[in-house]
Ligand binder design. Sequence first.
Ligand code: HAM
Length: 426
Amino acid sequence: MAIPIPKGVFDLLPDPPEKEPWKGSGLWQQVEREIRQQARLYGYREIRTPAFERTELFARGVGAGTDIVSKEMYTFEDKGGRSMSLRPEGTAPVIRSFLENHLEQHPELQKLYYIVPMFRYERQQAGRYRQHHQFGVEVIGSDAPELDAEIIDLLLDLYQKLGLKNLTLHLSSLGDRADREPFRKALTDHFLPHKQKLSTDSQERLERNPLRILDSKAAQDQPHIETAPSMLEFLSPAAKHHFEAVQEILTSLGIPFEVNTRLVRGLDYYNRTVFEITAEELGAQNSIGGGGRYDGLLKTLGGPDLPALGFGAGLERLIQTMLGQKVALPSPPHPTLLLIPVGEESRKACFLLASKLRREGLATDVELTGKRVKGGLRIADSLQIPYVCVIGEEELKTGKCELKEMATHTATEVDLHNLTKVILDV
Ligand code: HAM
């Protein structure tokens, strides 16, 4: 029996299944190209870190008590007996690399981006995968509120360029570390008298991290969440000032947002600004991107006390939303010309000719599977290849062929040497 793909992961294919067009590799390439252009436009440069790191990086960086680290990591022991984990998120590895490569010594602010797969052993659900891909940015070395607004602007402008509509920007502030303790205590005091009425998950969170109760989707938790104190009441003057500045800048950029005090992110490193962008189409897993500040993370990982911020945006959900909103995309690139040889001699000649044409810059393919002319034309049709030449003995003798234009069903006689010039000059 053929070996099936593991649960929760997927293949990207040049011709995706009809019911799952988001698995088309051509579509992914276009989105990735747009992302790279957008990153360049905003002054972000690419960083690539390995797919696995020492487990302790995530335990310390993301938080040993978070779901991501305690339940979802793909952890293994390497042959040297060290514990390694596949990257479940991108921030901790980027900070590790920043510290290791002394990027703080560069005169310019480090504005980095990445497009990489992440690995989380999650319960299978629509929009939740065990390998997903994120476009992420991290900015290290400044606490300017303009940067909080810049990364949000970058992401929303990208979504707009990709044609997305009906998105909501949720914004909040988690304050500074010192503000969190009194808030934590206020939440514990609020939830404790109702402990028995809370969901099992929330009862457990009450002990470990009462902030996470605010994130609960369980119906029985909702009345208690609605009446819970808000983090914004606990902000220090500095954190309050920063949050107000971020809101002001977003407003001056014309970016609408909703202050959502229930916004708690699933990773421990955040402080001050946190945000999430949701799309209606996606159902329960509706976050297409999220991030915020993590000013304390560098120090936690043994580095200097530098402020930092960033976001991660899931590509699967982004592409699914584009298709859900019927965003029109230009068709993926195919070869421009298909050569269909007739006979053994011609096959060899076509192969050489294709190699020459490719060097001249014309995307060319040769029908080498031995199909007849009709079969070759059918392939050109299904791959939307715009030009076809059928080449047999006669064409080899005269050095000329009929160049068929598939869209118009017209044919012109062309010198074989001239194909590139004729096609690319059209
Ligand atoms: P995150 O919220 O865990 O943040 O993930 C960011 C985005 O990745 C989510 O909004 C969602 O679009 C996508 N995503 C997450 N898990 C899955 C999954 N299992 N399947 C499909 N898509 C998923 C982070 O990872 C932070 N490192 C973001 C960040 C960067 N904050 C600061 N810098």
